[in-house]
Design a protein around this ligand. Structure first.
Ligand code: SF4
Ligand code: SF4
Length: 168
């Protein structure tokens, strides 16, 4: 599989799985999708994911992030509600989980960036729907087989460590 095919397969594994079997957005008024014009957060796109957003129109824009991968900025997707759900990026499909590389092993854990906003954060993985966690693990295992995604997952892990360092 190519890097893009691997990405598409990973996205597909998380097409329908959601953190809870009910709509978790009702717990927090969809806090992770709230648009704050003063502090746009955005989602970092995985390798080659930007190619899926070349002509997506007014619900989103791509801007360069400060994170560099292969010498180029990782694209950040800024969205305006509502997004077309089938087009949500992999980072949204995984949230509030994130990949995290430990040594030579890929793990999945709660995303430190979810801590200030997601009511599911404190319960950890055991508070999430098991099929969602399984789908996330399967998607990440797929990415881990691709060299480009592996390198990106390592970079993303280093990026997440900076949030740990900030004590979030
Ligand atoms: S912040 Fe957490 S609980 Fe709220 S919609 Fe996002 S994933 Fe669900
Ligand atoms: S792209 Fe969709 S799922 Fe992702 S943050 Fe924006 S509105 Fe939420």
């Amino acid at each position: 599989m190519t890097t893009l095919e691997t990405l598409l397969a990973a996205r597909d594994l998380l097409r329908d799985a959601t953190p809870l079997h009910t709509d978790c957005g009702l717990l927090c008024s969809a806090a992770c999708c709230k648009d704050d014009p003063d502090d746009p957060a955005g989602m970092l796109l995985f390798p080659e994911e930007a190619s899926l957003y070349a002509r997506q129109g007014a619900w989103m824009e791509l801007v360069p992030s400060r994170l560099l991968f292969g010498g180029a900025p990782v694209p950040l997707l800024l969205c305006r509600l509502p997004c077309p759900r089938p087009m949500r990026p992999l980072a949204c499909r995984l949230f509030p989980l994130t990949p995290f590389v430990k040594g030579d092993r890929l793990t999945v854990r709660m995303d430190i960036r979810a801590q200030p906003l997601c009511p599911l954060y404190s319960s950890g993985l055991s508070g999430l729907a098991p099929d969602f966690v399984s789908a996330a693990k399967a998607a990440l295992r797929l990415l881990w087989q691709d060299e480009t995604h592996r390198e990106y997952l390592r970079l993303l892990t280093e990026h997440l460590k900076e949030y740990d360092f900030l004590g979030l």
